[in-house]
Design a protein around this ligand. Structure first.
Ligand code: SF4
Ligand code: SF4
Length: 315
C-alpha cells in the first residue's frame, strides 16, 4: 500500500512536476550565513528587498509559523527544437520568458496539490510559494535532495539539467523528509564561469548580480554602465549563457506543459522591429509572459544596447 508521501509524489507527477521532495521547516544555517556574506559584499546591487528580508529568508517559519514540512517541486520548462541563443539580428529573450508567466501556471498546480494533500490530511494547512515571498528556494531544493547548486548558482538536477522552475508548499503537517543531496557534480568543470561575458561568475558558486546580464536587463532601472553594455550582446531580457554551456543540460528534455510553449513569433525577436515597438504593442505582444515585468522603458533601453552591439559587430 502506498504511503501518504508516495500518494503526494504521485499526484505531483500527474500535475506535471518532474520532481517533488520533502524537507523539514527548520532554519537553514549555512545558506543563511552565505546569504549574509553575499549581501555584505553588496552583490545584490539595487535589489534592496534582499537586504530587507535577510533575517526571514533562511527561516521558512517566518513566512508560515505553523510550517513543519516543506514540499519542494521542480517543473521543466525546456523546449526542444528551439534555439536558446538567437542570431545577432534578433534580440535574445531567456527561454523561460518566452512562454506563459510561470507564476500563474505553478501556483495553479500547487493549489491542486495542496487540495489533494488536504483530502489525505484534512487537518493540514498550507501556504504556497512561487516567488510570492523570498524563501531560499534553491538551498531548500538541495535539502530535499532534488539537486545541487552549480558553479553558475542555478539548481541542477542530475541527468535532467537546470531548466526548471521551483515552487514550494509550506505544510503544517509533519512528513518524513527526503535525504539531502550532499554531492556536487560540477567537478573540475568551469564552463559557465569561462562563458559568462560580464565576469559575474568570477568566483565559483557566487553570483555578482551587479555584473549579471539577467539582473542588468530585468531588475536594474535607468542607465547601464558602459563597461557592461558590450557583454550584454543581443540579450534584451534575461540571459541563458551559463546554462546553455552547462554539460548537464545535454540531458534537458522537452517540457510536457503547453503553457510553456513559445508564445512569441519569430518576427517579434527582430531587433529592428523591436526598436519601432510602441508601449501599447509591447503590452500586447508580451501579454501574459514574464517579459512585461521589466517595463517598456527598460526593455527599449535593452533593445537600444543590443542594436548598438550589433552595429559594432557588423563587418
Ligand atoms: S546569466 Fe549570463 S551574465 Fe548572468 S551569470 Fe549567467 S552567463 Fe553570466
Ligand atoms: S557549466 Fe560546469 S561548472 Fe558550471 S554549473 Fe555546469 S557543470 Fe557546474
Amino acid at each position: 500500500m502506498e504511503t501518504i508521501v508516495e500518494h503526494i509524489k504521485h499526484k505531483a507527477r500527474e500535475l506535471g512536476f518532474s520532481e517533488s521532495a520533502i524537507c523539514d521547516a527548520e532554519p537553514l544555517q549555512d545558506p543563511g550565513q552565505r546569504l549574509l556574506e553575499w549581501l555584505g559584499r553588496g552583490y545584490q546591487g539595487t535589489m534592496d528587498w534582499m537586504s530587507r528580508t535577510r533575517a526571514e529568508r533562511a527561516a521558512p517559519r517566518s513566512f508560515f509559523p505553523e510550517a513543519q514540512s516543506i514540499i519542494v517541486v521542480a517543473h521543466n520548462y525546456f523546449r526542444e527544437n528551439e534555439p536558446v541563443l538567437r542570431p545577432e539580428r534578433q534580440g535574445n529573450i531567456s527561454i523561460y520568458a518566452r512562454g506563459r508567466d510561470y507564476h500563474k501556471v505553478l501556483r495553479k498546480k500547487l493549489h491542486s496539490l495542496l487540495g489533494y494533500i488536504q483530502t489525505l490530511l484534512p487537518e493540514a494547512r498550507g501556504r504556497i510559494c512561487v516567488d510570492s515571498f523570498p524563501l531560499l528556494e534553491k538551498p531548500l531544493a538541495v535539502k530535499a535532495g532534488i539537486g545541487w547548486i552549480g558553479k553558475h548558482t542555478n539548481l541542477i538536477i542530475k541527468k535532467k539539467g537546470s531548466y526548471f522552475f521551483l515552487g514550494e508548499i509550506l505544510l503544517s503537517a509533519k512528513l518524513p523528509p527526503d535525504p539531502p543531496l550532499a554531492a556536487d557534480y560540477c567537478g573540475t568543470c568551469n564552463r559557465c564561469q569561462v562563458a559568462c561575458p560580464t565576469g559575474a561568475l568570477d568566483e565559483a558558486y557566487v553570483l555578482d548580480a551587479r555584473r549579471c546580464i539577467s539582473y542588468l536587463n530585468i531588475e536594474h532601472r535607468g542607465e547601464i554602465e558602459p563597461r557592461f553594455r558590450e557583454g550584454m550582446g543581443n540579450w534584451v531580457f534575461g540571459c541563458d549563457i551559463c546554462q546553455a554551456v552547462c554539460p548537464w543540460n545535454r540531458f534537458s528534455a522537452h517540457t510536457g506543459e503547453r503553457d510553456f510553449d513559445n508564445r512569441l513569433p519569430d518576427e517579434w525577436f527582430d531587433l529592428k522591429q523591436l526598436a519601432q515597438m510602441s508601449e501599447k504593442e509591447f503590452r500586447n505582444w508580451f501579454a501574459g509572459t514574464p517579459v512585461l515585468r521589466t517595463g517598456y522603458a527598460n526593455f527599449m533601453r535593452n533593445v537600444g544596447i543590443a542594436l548598438k552591439n550589433r552595429e559594432a559587430g557588423s563587418p
